[in-house]
Design a protein around this ligand. Structure first.
Ligand SMILES: NC(=O)c1ccc[n+]([C@@H]2O[C@H](COP(=O)([O-])OP(=O)(O)OC[C@H]3O[C@@H](n4cnc5c(N)ncnc54)[C@H](O)[C@@H]3O)[C@@H](O)[C@H]2O)c1
Length: 441
């Protein structure tokens, strides 16, 4: 099938769309294309997730506006079917790959187990004339070095001659998956300019914003750069927050006034950076640089600053407890929030984990609450009751609604450490709490 034929099948919605990986990204994308009128086949290796999706119930527990309803709608209409077997990709005209792309914990090099397995599985079922699009975030150069050879070896087909290849990185955030997916601009990186044009036609069926066509390497660079940029900006805000603490100033007031200066948009400081993407995408960019002999310096420095914030949260708790003559050894600490993001169930690379580890290392007893995470749900006050300190790690709505006087009442010692600017220091102190917060000197 030629690109012109494929384009026609997209325009008439005859094209069948396969999505490999039905996680946060893949499930939302699969639902969006099904809503646009395509028959979608989703491939997912987690069997229990396949079963849930086929029964029309969303596997996500955090707030995800519209997704559960859309999933029920498209599965009951038969527009989206999930399977653990890649065989159903055989008759797909377009196959999107949306699998995880983590980095190795020590070397920070990408571990492409999922991506290479997906490329192999897709390659085995690939039919001539099909278009494969990688949506996962990858180190620049990965389409050429990893995905293309994987597809070609498994299929016996050649890119551009027998099938088409492109990269359209995702820009969604958990909590706004469908909204982001349909309203944010996308970069359509094609292996050839004609492929990029067909990709843009495909995404036009679900995206109302700009669709910018380019080549694969540019698309790979854009995605990793935009996330590395964010990480560096957050690190900058965190560094200023630590300086403010030392100087007895309030980083939020400093930030507000800095941002009055033209072209200054200082980011938000906080208790740490989590999620699947921001903590690893700068490493993907640094890895690509290393492959060309360039050692990134700023990106690792930013990672170091952001990775230090959970430890700093633990230090703030130690400091506040010592004001009450309570050593951390043997103290009970209640942590509010385990997900990495407010009102989400996503716990990947959560900054709460290193806080817990650090506190336990120092001999504290740690209790954790999170309304969206299995095993940590339940009554907030039961978690806080008789604790020596409460630490807010996530700005979930239910924590914002907490009454400070009631909090003070149930705590054994009146210690509150706020990593997400949920409370103002003055209000906390008025409620009789010993307060510490990121950037609150
Ligand atoms: N989560 C986000 O907000 C977000 C935003 C932008 C980009 N991304 C990027 O999108 C990609 C996917 O992220 P995610 O958050 O959806 O990850 P995820 O872990 O939620 O989903 C990936 C899914 O793929 C499945 N999978 C892995 N290998 C498979 C295979 N060979 N066959 C079938 N299924 C397979 C996994 O079981 C998992 O359910 C990553 O590269 C990420 O960096 C994520």
């Amino acid at each position: 099938m030629s690109l012109a034929n494929l384009r026609q099948r997209i325009d008439t919605r005859e094209a069948r769309v396969g999505v490999v990986g039905l996680g946060y990204v893949g499930l939302a994308v699969a639902c969006a294309f099904a809503r646009a009128g395509f028959a979608v086949r989703g491939i997912e290796r987690r069997a229990e997730r396949v079963a849930m999706i086929n029964s029309g119930s969303s596997p996500m527990q955090g707030d995800e506006p519209g997704l559960a309803e859309l999933l029920l709608q498209v599965t009951s209409m038969g527009m989206l079917q999930a399977s653990a077997s890649a065989e159903t990709l055989r008759d797909c005209d377009v196959i999107l790959i949306a699998v995880e792309t983590p980095v190795e914990p020590t070397s920070k090099a990408p571990t492409y187990e999922a991506l290479t397995a997906a490329a192999r599985a897709v390659g085995k079922e690939l039919r001539p004339g099909a278009l494969v699009i990688v949506e996962s975030t990858v180190a620049p150069g990965t389409l050429e070095r990893v995905v293309r050879p994987g597809l070609e070896e498994a299929s016996g087909l050649r890119v551009d001659a027998d099938f088409y290849l492109g990269h359209c990185p995702e820009r969604v955030m958990p909590g706004r998956l469908l909204h982001n997916l349909t309203t944010m601009s996308r970069v359509c990186g094609g292996h050839t300019p004609d492929t990029a044009e067909v990709m843009a036609a495909l995404y036009r069926t679900i995206v109302s914003a700009d669709l910018d066509t380019t080549d694969c390497i540019t698309a790979e660079l854009v995605k990793t750069t935009e996330n590395a940029y964010r990480d560096v900006q957050i690190a900058f805000a965190n560094e200023v927050a630590l300086i403010c603490e030392g100087l007895g100033a309030d980083v939020w007031r400093v930030r507000e006034l800095v941002n009055k200066s033209p072209s200054r948009t200082m980011h938000l400081p906080g208790a740490g950076v989590g999620g699947h993407c921001i903590p690893k995408d700068p490493w993907l960019l640094a890895y690509a640089a290393r492959n060309t002999g360039i050692m990134a310096r700023l990106l690792p420095a930013a990672r170091t600053v952001n990775d230090s914030m959970p430890g700093h949260m633990a230090d703030l708790a130690v400091e506040a407890l010592s004001e009450h003559g309570r050593p951390i050894q043997g103290a009970t600490v209640a942590i509010l929030g385990f997900a990495y993001l407010e009102n989400s169930d996503d716990v990947r690379n959560t900054p709460t984990e290193p806080v817990i580890a650090r506190l336990r290392e120092m001999g504290a007893h740690v209790r954790v609450h999170d309304p969206f995470v299995d095993g940590l749900q339940g009554d907030i006050f039961a978690t806080i009751c008789d604790a020596d300190a409460a630490i807010i790690m996530v700005g979930h709505d239910c924590y914002k609604e907490l009454d400070l006087a009631a909090l003070r009442e149930v705590l054994r010692l009146p210690v509150l450490v706020d990593g997400r600017r949920v409370f103002e220091p003055a209000a906390a102190r008025q409620a009789g709490l010993t307060f510490r917060g990121i950037g609150r000197g």
